[in-house]
Structure formats: structure tokens, C-alpha cells
Design a protein around this ligand. Sequence first.
Ligand SMILES: Cc1cc2nc3c(=O)[nH]c(=O)nc-3n(C[C@H](O)[C@H](O)[C@H](O)COP(=O)(O)OP(=O)(O)OC[C@H]3O[C@@H](n4cnc5c(N)ncnc54)[C@H](O)[C@@H]3O)c2cc1C
Length: 391
Amino acid sequence: MTRRPSASRIRRVGLSDDHSQLFELVSQFCQDRLEPHVDLAEANTEFPRDAFTELGRMGVLNLPYADVIDPQTPPVPHRVSLQVLEEIASSWLAIALGLSVHHLACAPLIKFGSPEQLSLWQSWVIGGQTLGAYCLSEPHSGSDAAALSSTAVRDGDSYILNGTKSWITHGGVADFYTVFARTSPQKTSGISCFFIPADTPGLEFGKPESKMALNSSPTSNIHLTDVRIPVFNRIGQEGQGFAIALSSLDVGRLGIAACAVGLAQSALGIANLYSQERTAFDLHIADFQGIGFMLADMATSIHASRCVYTDAATLLDLGESISREASMAKLLSTDTAMVVTTNAVQILGGNGYTSDYRTERYMREAKVLQIVEGTNQIQRVVISRELRKDQ
Ligand SMILES: Cc1cc2nc3c(=O)[nH]c(=O)nc-3n(C[C@H](O)[C@H](O)[C@H](O)COP(=O)(O)OP(=O)(O)OC[C@H]3O[C@@H](n4cnc5c(N)ncnc54)[C@H](O)[C@@H]3O)c2cc1C
């Protein structure tokens, strides 16, 4: 038995009528188009490309760029687009995470692209039909991303790229790759950012990683062998790549926080329902204070996590810098998702340990959120570094 907890119980404040309609549309899509397929696709390792295509048609794939696509459209605040991501994550984490990664892949072009690059690629990249991948990590540089060793060597009007990027979400299925490579030896100021369409000769994809969860989201190595691209495909200045990578990651971390809250909310929903149906010692298990208090703590942590990420999003919408708050949101929300999903399994007892219920998958899925886009140790590094700036 799996049931989707009612999203209508989540009180979302400050939404305009348009945004409320958007939530209804997305919630319906989750119910009708994602819920019936998620279990099988995760079990069979099937990438749901068609779902991304449909989200593209609905205008949801590129929600943070709605005003870029159509200048007549008012911008959708991050506060809203992230809660839409949360809603999708409550049905299918891999799709929400894929959307977040796609936004990350688009951000360098949209924020740092030249007018010529934007006029050539913008509508293709954020038109709703294409999917991007963000290629920063390498086999020997994950947390220490600036230690990357892939190279981009200038050759006349071209760059020639060589190296291996690892752990790339949408590796082999993306339409374009936003790649960070070294143009000079200086650690951070020697990195540049490149836009590489998927059909560029010299790109080769490793076999998808066999993962603990998120099986419907392909993750693979990308080998770059003498990949020749025009100098035109460099985004930003030579040496600006690391700053571009970090500026995109702040928003990306809020995306992961929203995904974590959606996942935790679903786990709570299942545990809550189960506890009101399952009996032991002639009582519903929800009537035992030990279980009721667990559920109360789970609900409180989820609510706190939602408040922290939406607060950071509000600051972002006001044009503030949010490195500290984005790291806090990512740290709190993903640690919360880990605790909540683990407790949900506990509340379901033996049933929680089986694939008859989604809670065991949620628990496996929560783990990856503590690792991607900067492990939670790295979020603490960022927060403590920011604290040292306080007088
Ligand atoms: C499913 C999945 C999808 C991914 N998708 C992408 C993607 O699309 N694009 C991309 O570029 N990358 C992607 N990644 C890579 C991900 O961002 C890295 O795995 C992550 O940044 C950690 O790097 P690492 O695995 O090399 O771990 P390491 O950096 O080797 O870290 C190992 C351990 O040491 C700890 N550690 C390292 N430095 C410190 C420190 N200073 N203080 C305290 N502890 C420290 C870490 O927290 C961790 O526990 C993905 C990873 C996964 C699992």
C-alpha cells in the first residue's frame, strides 16, 4: 500500500492566485503522471525522459527562467519555484533532482552568457525541450572542486578539452553539458566554463553508476578526448569558471533543500497514516506517546526546514547574497530528510523494511541528498567560514 499524503495540508503563505493555480496544476501532474510510474521506473532503472518533456510543455522545466523565456511574463520568485520543486520531490525525487541539476546547468549561460551566446542558445536551452548536465566533479576532485584537472587548451579559435568528469547526473542523456575545465595552473582562477552540445565529437559516456537509490536518474562519467569547441563556447571570461560554478551552486543547494523537504514530507505522510491504521496492544500505534512524539518531531523538523529554505529563497529574490543561508538550508533539510525517512521506516516496523512501502526507498534516497552539491561537512565548512567574517 502506498498513498500520497495530501499536499493541501501544507500551508503555503504569500502565493498569488497565479502561483496557487500553478501548484494545483503541478500537484495534479504529480498525481496523474508521476505517481503511477515512479515505483516501477525506480525498480527497473528507467529514465523518465517523457516526464521532463511534459514538464517542459507545461512551462515547469524552466520555471526559474519564465521571464527570460517570455519578457512579458513576470519572474517566478525562487520562493515559489523551489516550493514547486518540493511538490514534485514529494512524488518522485529523481525528477525533482533532475530539474534542479538542469537549472544548475542553465544558470551559467543565463547569468554569464554574452548577448551573442544568449541569442544563439537561450531559446534552445531553456525552451523546455532540452535537458542539461552540470559537470564539475572529477574522479579526484569532489569536495575540493577547484582541484579539478581536466584541461582546455587554446588552439587558435578553438579550445581542446581533455579529461574525465565524474558523477554526472544526466550523463549520456543530456542535450548539453556545462563543463568546468582548467585553462591555467592557478587553483581557482585557472578554471573556465564551457558550453558543450551533446553531439560534439570526443564526448564519451561511462556506463551508468549502480547506485543505492535514485535509479531512474542516470549518473555517469564523461570522458573528454580532444573535444574541440569554438572559443565562442566559453561562458564568461577565461579564469572566471570557478566563481561561475560557485554562484550557481548557491541556488542549487536551495534546490536540494526543497527536494529533501518534499521527500521527508512524503515519508511523514506514510508513517502518519500507517500509525493511525496499525494496531498493537489493542490500540492504534499513533496512540502510543513514543510514536506520537516521533511523528511530532518529524513534522516540526520538516516545517523548520521548509521555513529555512523559503527564507533563504526570499533573500535571494531580494537580490541578497545567500551562501551562508543556502548552506544552512541544505544542511538542515537533508539531515532532516535522513532522520525523518529513517524514523518512518521504524514506525512501519517490519513493513517499513520491505519494498511494499516506499519508506525504505525514501531512506535510501535521503542519503544522497547529504552528499550531492557539497557534502554536509562542506556545508558546515561554508557556514563556519562565513561565521568567521562576523565581528
Ligand atoms: C547521485 C549523484 C549525483 C551527482 N551529480 C553530480 C553532477 O551532476 N555534477 C557534478 O559535478 N557532481 C555530481 N555529483 C558529485 C558530488 O557532488 C560529489 O560526490 C560530492 O561533492 C562529494 O565529492 P566526493 O564524492 O569526491 O567526496 P570527497 O570529496 O572525496 O569526500 C569524502 C568525504 O570526506 C569529507 N570531506 C572532504 N573534505 C572535507 C573537509 N574540508 N572537511 C570535512 N570533511 C571533508 C566529505 O564530506 C566526505 O564525507 C553527484 C554525486 C552523486 C552521488
